[in-house]
Design a protein around this ligand. Structure first.
Ligand SMILES: *Cc1c(COP(=O)(O)O)cnc(C)c1O
Length: 407
C-alpha cells in the first residue's frame, strides 16, 4: 500500500503561553504604541530590542513592521539614492529586490551556485558596479563569508544581510547578520519567530542606527529605544532623515520576547527534522542533496534538493506525484512564478539580462518547508515518499532515453 502524508506544511506551533499572557497584559493596558509608556516603563518593544541586540551580539537593534521594511530602511540609512545600482541575489524571494525598488534603486543580480549560495566569482566580477550588496542568505545557505567580505571590503561595498532564513545561524561561529554593516530579520509567521508580521535591523554603526530609528518613525522620541546611539549622532542626522513609519508595537513585541528565549532550542528542533529528511533522501538516483558546509551553523526550517538537468515535464511529474501523496514541493524552475517561487527574471521592473548558469540551477531547485509541527516520523515518511516518486520518474525517464538511444 502506498503511504500518504496527512500533515499540513503551513501549520505553525502555538505562541508560548507566556507570550499570550504578556500580550493580554498589553491589551489590558491599552498602551499598544511603542512610545506610549507609563512612567518608568521601558515597554515591551524596547526590552525586545535590548534582548535581540544581546542575542546577536550587536550594539544596536531596531524592531520594525516587517523584514522587507528592515531591508528598505537599511538601504535608506546607508544613503542609497534613486537610480543607484544595488547588488543582490538572483535566487531569493521577491521582498528583497522589492526593498531595493522601494528605495527607487535598481537591483543588479548576482548568480547562484549549486550550493544555493551567491556566486562569489560573479560577485567579484560585478563588484565595481555598486557600493551596496543586499545579500540574501536564501533558504539558510551561507556563502563563504570570509571570501565574500574580502571581495566586498576590497571594493568598498557595504553589505546588508537578509537573515530572514538565518535567524540563529552562523558562519565560523559569527552569527549571520553580524558580518555585514546591517543585518535584517523577519518575524513573519513563516520565519524563525512568529509575530504575524514584524522584523529587526541590527548594526554596530551609531549613524546607521540613528538614521534607521528616525526612518522607522521615532519623531523625536528616539531616546525611548532599547539601544540608543549618543545624542550628538541624532543631532547630526535628525533634520535630513525622513520619517517612513514602520514601527513595531508592544503587542507583537510581547509575543516575541518569550520566543527569543527559546530560539536556540527551536533551531535544534528544526535541524533534527532536517537531518531526518536529508538522510532519507541521500542516495536517491538523480537527486542532488545540497550539502551544508562544515563552517556554517544553519537552521533547517526548510530543505532544498536539486534535480539537475532533468527535463521540465519530468520535474512536473515528480511534483504531481508527491502532491498526490500529500507532500507539497515548491519548484523554482516553473515557467510562471507560483506562490512564492519567483526569480530574477520574474522581477521585470529591473533589468534582468539572461544568466544561463544560474538558470540551469534555478530550474533544478525543489523546496520544502519543515514546520516544527512535523514529528521526526512525519519527516521520515515525507522523505520515503519523495525518494519513491523521484526514483520512479527517474527510472521511467532513464528507460525512455534508453529506448530513444536504441531506436
Ligand atoms: C520573508 C522574507 C523577507 C521579508 O520578510 P517580510 O517580513 O515578509 O517582509 C525577506 N527575504 C526573504 C528571503 C524572506 O523569505
Amino acid at each position: 500500500m502506498t503511504e500518504v502524508f496527512r500533515g499540513t506544511f503551513t501549520q505553525q506551533e502555538p505562541i508560548p503561553e507566556e507570550g499570550i499572557a504578556a500580550a493580554l497584559d498589553v491589551l489590558r493596558s491599552g498602551r499598544l504604541h511603542r512610545y506610549n509608556l507609563a512612567p518608568d516603563e521601558a515597554g515591551e518593544v524596547a526590552l525586545l530590542e535590548r534582548e535581540f541586540a544581546a542575542h546577536t551580539g550587536a550594539r544596536h537593534a531596531l524592531a520594525v513592521t516587517s523584514g522587507g521594511y528592515a531591508l528598505a530602511t537599511a538601504l535608506r540609512a546607508l544613503g542609497v539614492k534613486p537610480g543607484e545600482p544595488v547588488l543582490t541575489n538572483a535566487f531569493t524571494l521577491a521582498p528583497v529586490p522589492g526593498a531595493i525598488a522601494s528605495a527607487g534603486a535598481v537591483p543588479v543580480y548576482v548568480g547562484v551556485t549549486e550550493g544555493l549560495t551567491i556566486d562569489l566569482d560573479d560577485l567579484a566580477a560585478k563588484a565595481g558596479q555598486a557600493r551596496v550588496l543586499m545579500l540574501s542568505h536564501m533558504r539558510g545557505h551561507l556563502a563563504d563569508m570570509d571570501r565574500l567580505m574580502a571581495i566586498c571590503d576590497a571594493a568598498g561595498i557595504a553589505v546588508i544581510e537578509d537573515c530572514a532564513h538565518t535567524m540563529g545561524a552562523a558562519w565560523r561561529g559569527i552569527p549571520s547578520g553580524r558580518w555585514g554593516k546591517v543585518g535584517c530579520y523577519s518575524t513573519q509567521t513563516y520565519k524563525h519567530m512568529n509575530s504575524g508580521e514584524g522584523g529587526f535591523l541590527i548594526t554596530d554603526d551609531d549613524e546607521v542606527m540613528a538614521r534607521s530609528v528616525i526612518l522607522s518613525g521615532s519623531y523625536m522620541l528616539y531616546a525611548r529605544h532599547g539601544t540608543v546611539p549618543p545624542e550628538e549622532v541624532f543631532e547630526r542626522v535628525k533634520y535630513d532623515t525622513p520619517n517612513v513609519s514602520g514601527r513595531m508595537d508592544h503587542l507583537r513585541a510581547a509575543i516575541l520576547r518569550p520566543q527569543l528565549r527559546v530560539l536556540d532550542r527551536q533551531c535544534e528542533k528544526w535541524n533534527a527534522r532536517y537531518r531526518v529528511v536529508e538522510t532519507g533522501l541521500r542516495g536517491t538516483p538523480g537527486l542532488r542533496i545540497v550539502e551544508r558546509p562544515e563552517a556554517g551553523r544553519f537552521v533547517g526550517s526548510s530543505i532544498q534538493f536539486l534535480l539537475l538537468d532533468w527535463p521540465a515535464p519530468h520535474i512536473e511529474e515528480v511534483l504531481a506525484r508527491c502532491a498526490a501523496r500529500g507532500v507539497e514541493l515548491k519548484w523554482f524552475g516553473g515557467a510562471e512564478p507560483k506562490g512564492f517561487t519567483s526569480r530574477y527574471d520574474s522581477w521585470r521592473y529591473a533589468p534582468h539580462p539572461p544568466m544561463p548558469k544560474s538558470d540551469r540551477i534555478l530550474r533544478s531547485i525543489l523546496d520544502m518547508r519543515l514546520p516544527l509541527t512535523f514529528s521526526l516520523e512525519d519527516c521520515a515518511q515525507i522523505a520515503r515518499i519523495i525518494r519513491a516518486e523521484v526514483g520512479a520518474v527517474w527510472q521511467a525517464g532513464t528507460s525512455d532515453e534508453d529506448r530513444a538511444a536504441s531506436a
